[in-house]
Design a protein around this ligand. Structure first.
Ligand code: 5CA
Length: 440
């Protein structure tokens, strides 16, 4: 993308209506604009990041064997009356009437809808187990929407739902999502620690929140530094390996991590002092096992292997896709702006001419831009005739992982400067080597 033809509005001043750094940076760098309280339009820069995050979530769900579908945002009140949640849900649910006075709602989650969709098709034990998911907008009329996309009213969520014949199967489905989550967040370049969550309506040990450390997080967290060294993508674990998944779950159960809601002082005291990590965190995912709560209430039964009818065991698994954009910025920024992890960066390379009025620079940069884009390297080329310093500051703010800087002096020697946004490290390279490095 050439910046001269893009729609990338940036704010010169730091916005005063934002309290936390990620929200300020998202507004300044033009990722989002608020259109109503807690509701945001995703501008091109933000939308590119959102799609990258969504892509990683999708890929890892697919690998874990979950099956994608798409359910609507609007739901009928009838559906929620079947589970008994319509009246119980309270003011967070946005209730709407259509022209026929039928009661509708903007879905805050989809347990009811998926249960009915799957119930109406699944007949026997052979149709199970299945995990179905979608990535869809949700609406929760939060009392205090705040911190931008972090606690919005309309937000994008990945929600998966598992159906199993028995409790042992439900645990496998839960462990599978647990591993998928660990890998998903690691691939995004952030560390999300699984923390035992206050158990849901069913109780037991099967509810975890995934928390990214950030001083502005909403909950207080305590965890063992062991988590900092764990590598889930290289772990060699495979999704179908029941024994390995059980071992993973046991390891997590033995390695302390809790929010203030589930914190246990006696267990915490057993973690060696030098390994105790305490701080605040942002919940980017939450997984639940709730047994037969919805299947029972909604009359979902299948015939079991011995002919007897069985009520399927269910779980649900959420990831805050739009919240992650804010959470990643909270975890990865500096004074100059955002520092995107490569996997979610809107573009990989920011190409800058220091002198937009220098014909040789413009020609060289245009050539590099063509070569980079045809090699499939996502490149944003600031081809405007602006001050070089201002362009570099804009690139720092936007946080693309690499900056390739073309100036008349270097060019005379056949070189350009390659800057690593994260470390600030700069290297003077020949144009060919710079290209080779970025296309490798
Ligand atoms: N039905 C379950 C699992 S699918 C569920 O709704 N879980 S949840 O309430 O924990 O939401 C899942 C994730 O959505 C949360 O972990 C959080 O990352 C994100 N989320 C929840 N509320 C908001 C909000 N108001 N703004 C942005 N993201 C949110």
């Amino acid at each position: 993308m050439r910046l001269s033809q893009a729609f990338l509005p940036v704010l010169k001043e730091s916005p005063t209506d934002a309290q936390i750094v990620s929200h300020k940076l998202m507004l300044r760098s033009g990722l989002v604009r608020q259109t109503a309280a807690g509701i945001y339009a995703w501008l091109p820069l933000g939308y590119r990041v959102l799609k990258k995050i969504e892509g990683i979530v999708r890929e890892e769900q697919d690998r874990a064997g979950a099956i994608e579908l798409l359910m609507p945002t609007l739901q009928s009140a009838e559906l929620w009356r079947e589970s008994g949640r319509y009246d119980a849900y309270g003011p967070e649910m946005l209730r709407i009437r259509d022209r026929h006075e039928r009661e509708m709602l903007y879905g805050p989650t989809n347990e009811e809808m998926i249960t009915v969709i799957f119930r109406d098709e699944a007949r026997s034990y052979r149709d199970l187990p299945r995990t179905l998911y979608h990535i869809q907008w949700k609406f929760r009329d939060e009392v205090r929407p705040r911190f931008g996309v972090m606690r919005g009213r309309e937000f994008l969520m990945k929600d998966a739902y598992s159906f199993d014949l028995d409790e042992a199967g439900a645990r496998q489905s839960y462990y599978t999502q647990l591993l998928a989550y660990l890998r998903t967040f690691q691939r995004m370049g952030i560390r999300a620690v699984p923390m035992k969550a206050a158990s849901g309506p069913i109780g037991g040990d099967l509810s975890h929140e995934f928390i990214v450390l950030a001083p502005t997080g909403e909950s207080e967290v305590f965890y063992d530094a062991e988590y900092e060294g764990m590598d889930w993508t290289q772990s060699g674990l495979s999704y179908g390996d029941a024994v390995g998944l059980q071992a993973l779950f046991d390891r997590i159960g033995q390695t302390y991590a809790a929010t203030d809601e589930t914190h246990e002082e006696t267990r915490w005291a057993e973690v060696p002092g030098e390994r105790q990590r305490q701080g605040r965190g942002i919940e980017v995912g939450h997984i639940f096992n709730f047994g037969t709560k919805y299947s029972e209430a909604m009359g979902f039964r299948v015939s079991g292997p011995d002919g007897a009818m069985v009520t399927p065991q269910m779980g649900s698994y959420g990831i805050g896709v739009s919240r992650l954009v804010g959470a990643i910025i909270e975890a990865s920024h500096d004074e100059a702006g955002i520092v995107w992890p490569e996997a979610v960066a809107p573009w990989r390379v920011g190409l800058v001419t220091m002198r937009g009025d220098d014909a040789a620079s413009v020609a060289a940069a245009g050539d590099l831009y063509d070569k980079l884009t045809s090699a499939g390297v996502e490149t944003l080329y600031d081809d405007r005739d602006e001050r070089g310093g201002a362009k570099l500051a804009g690139m720092d703010l936007m946080g693309l992982p690499w900056q390739l800087i073309i100036g008349p002096r270097g060019l005379a020697q056949g070189t350009a400067e390659l800057k690593d946004r994260r470390t600030g490290e700069k290297q003077e390279l020949s144009l060919e080597s710079a290209l080779a490095r970025l296309t490798a």
